[in-house]
Design a protein around this ligand. Structure first.
Ligand code: AMP
Length: 301
């Protein structure tokens, strides 16, 4: 495995494989690699001939300078983990390589970028993501790019931009990898104190409470969200949003008639965490033990 810093060099090292018709897969990351990232790499390794992992803490998607400053960085460790899993090339450009003097273009996906993370973190966040991902697609020209469901809204923004700009790349979205107690893995988890780390499980438990409410037959989104936020409140976690939305466009849902995505953002101390879970209306309430034969009427509309 080699680490490549310049776009010209990246094109050179990929060119023989591309000419030979190899399938090139890209796993974009900001480093501080954890099992979530590794699951993307493993899938890319299974499905592609050549795997490129990019490692770039993209300054333009940070709304908070302190967050950018505190973002964990350990390129040496990340590259070693990537090599262990069979990544062919780590692409770790400098900020100047990605944004040279005079850089003046911005990719902005309206609609799906405007709500939730876009509203909380500001418009610039998803513009930063969309711009850097478009650039990575231009630099690597992969057949497939791998993203995590952990950043559900981001995956929708990327799917939209690929469709809108006719970028010939297939987007694969991989399930969220969790700690044994349910906390979604995140590079930011290392910032949690032991007590915050325990309280942080509330995000996952809140999503579970929403799922349970739905299973109990509750269909009112506000009532479901109230049950979920009660879990966050009880753990002294500051909810930024807990929303049920249409998984295709993130439009908020008032009554749950179809499958929805539940999305949560919350602060545990100074650390901001996000999580999400698809909730299916196919979840039926547990049948009463002596329900007999007339169990088809669940009492729900
Ligand atoms: P990041 O380095 O945080 O930008 O993440 C790089 C990629 O890894 C993104 O596509 C994330 O959605 C994905 N990712 C981050 N955390 C997880 C996780 N716990 N499970 C699965 N994918 C993840």
């Amino acid at each position: 495995m080699n680490t490549v810093r310049a776009v010209t060099e990246l094109r050179q090292v990929l060119s023989p494989a591309r000419r030979a018709g190899a399938v090139i897969g890209l796993v974009p990351t900001m480093g501080a690699v954890h099992e979530g990232h590794l699951s993307l790499i493993r899938r890319a390794r299974r499905e592609c001939d050549v795997v490129v992992m990019s490692l770039f803490v993209n300054p333009t998607q940070f709304d908070d300078a302190a967050d950018l400053e505190a973002y964990p960085r350990d390129e040496h460790r990340d590259a070693a983990l990537a090599a262990e899993l069979g990544v062919d090339h780590v692409f770790a450009p400098s900020a100047e390589e990605v944004y040279p003097d005079g850089f003046a273009t911005r990719v902005s996906v309206s609609g799906v970028s405007d709500v939730l993370e876009g509203a909380q973190r500001g418009r610039g966040h998803f513009d930063g993501v969309a711009t850097v991902v478009t650039k990575l697609f231009g630099m690597v020209a992969p057949e497939v790019a791998y993203f995590g469901q952990k950043d559900f809204q981001q995956s929708l923004v990327i799917r939209r931009l690929v469709r809108d700009l006719n970028i010939p790349v297939r987007i694969a979205v991989c399930p969220t990898v969790r700690e044994p107690d349910g906390l979604a893995m995140s590079s930011r988890n290392v910032r949690l104190s032991p007590s915050e780390r325990r309280r942080a499980t509330a995000l996952h438990r809140a999503l579970g409470a929403a799922e349970e409410a739905l299973r109990d037959g509750e269909r009112d989104a506000t009532a479901i969200a109230a049950r979920a936020t009660a879990v966050l409140d009880a753990a002294d976690v500051q909810t930024e949003y807990f929303t049920l939305a249409d998984p295709d466009d993130l439009r908020p849902v008032e009554r749950v008639e179809h499958d929805v995505i539940a999305l949560v953002a919350a602060r545990v101390g100074r650390t901001r965490l996000i999580d999400n879970q698809l909730l299916s209306t196919a979840l039926e309430p547990a049948l009463p033990a002596a329900a007999g034969s007339h169990t088809t009427d669940t009492g729900r509309s």
